[in-house]
Design a protein around this ligand. Structure first.
Ligand SMILES: [Zn+2]
Length: 480
């Protein structure tokens, strides 16, 4: 009898232990899945005084609608004709300086001639997950001047695997057929010029391709970061259409702010990159900028949130620095320096592009091997037949291609006001240029009035001396 009782008790204990374990497991799964799903929420980005409308990437590629690849597009339109500049942040969500530079444009810039189009989360899917095994933190925070704390996601270099699963064993790039590393198939910067019938990253890339055509983009820049131990830092990679412009920008930044920027030409046979394919397949001049990111490198020590903002604090990097094993000086390598560099590059490209007008900007950068209408014809040929069956509006619009040709020789100035200079960002910090809410009608009116005044002063100064740089124009504004 007593033996039976023991058995009964044992069974009873197992049942309750199981219940407790099941409850703990359920609580664990609940917490982890809540945490996981929370990263799918897009952090707030506030509309600054220059934002005139917003769109979605799915407005350019309808196949993205309802997917995690769809992302907000901010349009800052002066209402006056001029050039259009597309700024991509967050192609690689592990490279936050590019995202923050894009956010600073959305929340501060006022365009007084031409248009700026900003996509802060270009690879939105990648922001919804972390890099497994790399010890990254999922978020980082920046305090605004009013003391509010803004949060930003720090995601995965590629798209979220749940959005694009499984990764195949081979990745044949479309349309070149080039064999790329298989693990690059979720990398947006290997997916250009995109494929309307491809995987999510190719769909996102295709939206940028269409955007360049539909919005008559003159220039497109893709903001990136790289580990400080890698050679490709403090550099800009330009499509051959933009070599002159990039060289002028590089000299100007050295002169104005003492920051050196290496200029590289986009390798012609290497496919999938924004600087190659957007330059080849759209009329836009394509650039990619790289700044050093200490929180991304594999040589770093423990990754604290602070390391994302301040490269000085990592002991392993400090040691490598001592032995001269890094490509950049980490002393003073704060987020301000990195995001400020991106802003300075974009502003200088805009100014140098403006300096070329009205003599026909497009002609200056049109090498013999590039012909806008031929590129349009090529892409139309590739996509026609597959696309028109499912989305007639998605087919390359020949008329748009010819409209682009008509722009050659026309005035294409671009004036971006109200943006901080590199020195100002370094001095005042990023938080100084982040908003706490959307701009109110009063703020918009005041910022526009100031921008108009600054624009008149800057324009006059440039008319008097067309060799002026971004910094000269800042001084001209201050004197006005
Ligand atoms: Zn990158």
């Amino acid at each position: 009898m007593s033996e039976n009782k023991t058995v009964e008790k044992k069974g009873c204990g197992n049942f309750f232990t199981g219940l407790v374990l099941a409850a703990l497991l359920a609580a664990g799964i609940f917490t982890i899945s809540k945490e996981f799903l929370y990263q799918f929420n897009v952090e707030p980005i506030y509309k600054g005084p220059g934002v005139t409308s917003t769109k979605m990437l799915s407005d350019y590629n309808p196949f993205l609608k309802g997917t995690n690849g769809d992302s907000k597009v901010y349009i800052l339109d002066s209402g006056k004709p001029g050039a259009t500049f597309v700024i991509m942040g967050g192609t690689h969500p592990t490279e936050p300086a590019g995202l923050l530079a894009a956010v600073m444009f959305v929340e501060n810039a006022v365009v007084t001639e031409g248009r700026v189009i900003v996509v802060p989360h270009s690879n939105n899917s990648g922001f919804s997950t972390c890099e497994p095994g790399l010890g990254h933190v999922p978020y980082f925070h920046i305090k605004t001047d009013k003391g509010n704390v803004r949060y930003f996601r720090y995601g995965n270099r590629g798209a979220n695997p749940v959005d694009q699963y499984p990764d195949p064993d081979m990745y044949l790039h479309f349309p070149s057929g080039q064999n790329l590393a298989a693990d690059e198939i979720r990398n947006l910067d290997r997916a250009h010029p995109g494929n309307p019938h491809g995987l999510l990253c190719q769909q996102v890339a295709y939206a940028f391709n269409r955007m360049c055509w539909q919005e008559n983009a003159d220039m497109i820049i893709d903001h990136h970061e790289a580990p400080p131990e890698k050679p490709l830092v403090n550099a800009i990679c330009a499509h051959q259409k933009g070599i002159d412009l990039t060289s002028e920008m590089g000299m100007e930044l050295e002169m104005d702010f003492g920051i050196s920027e290496r200029v590289e030409i986009s390798p012609i046979p290497l496919h999938g990159f924004s600087h190659r394919e957007l330059g080849d397949f759209t009329p836009a001049i394509a650039f990619l900028s790289e700044v050093p990111n200490p929180s991304q490198g594999s040589a770093r020590g423990v990754t604290y949130e602070e390391l994302i903002m301040d490269g000085n604090i990592d002991q392993v990097y400090a040691n490598l620095q001592k032995h001269n094993l890094l490509k950049v000086n980490l002393v003073g390598l704060k987020m301000e320096e990195r995001a400020g560099r991106n802003v300075a590059v974009d502003m200088s490209l805009a100014l140098n592009y403006t300096k070329r007008t009205p003599d026909g900007v497009k002609n200056w950068y049109k090498p013999a091997q590039f012909d806008g209408s031929k590129a349009a014809g090529k892409i139309a040929e590739m996509y026609q037949g597959v696309l028109d069956k499912v989305a007639p509006n998605g087919v390359m619009d020949e008329a748009a291609a010819h409209a682009q040709e008509d722009l050659i020789g026309n005035d294409r100035p671009l004036w971006i006001m109200n943006m901080p200079t590199y020195d100002e960002i370094v001095e005042n910090g990023i938080g100084h240029y982040l908003r706490d809410a959307d701009a109110t009608p009063e703020e918009i009116a005041a910022a526009k009035a100031k921008a108009e005044k600054d624009y008149e002063a800057a324009k006059k100064a440039l008319e008097a001396d067309d060799g002026l740089t971004v910094k000269d124009l800042e001084d001209a504004k201050k004197g006005a």
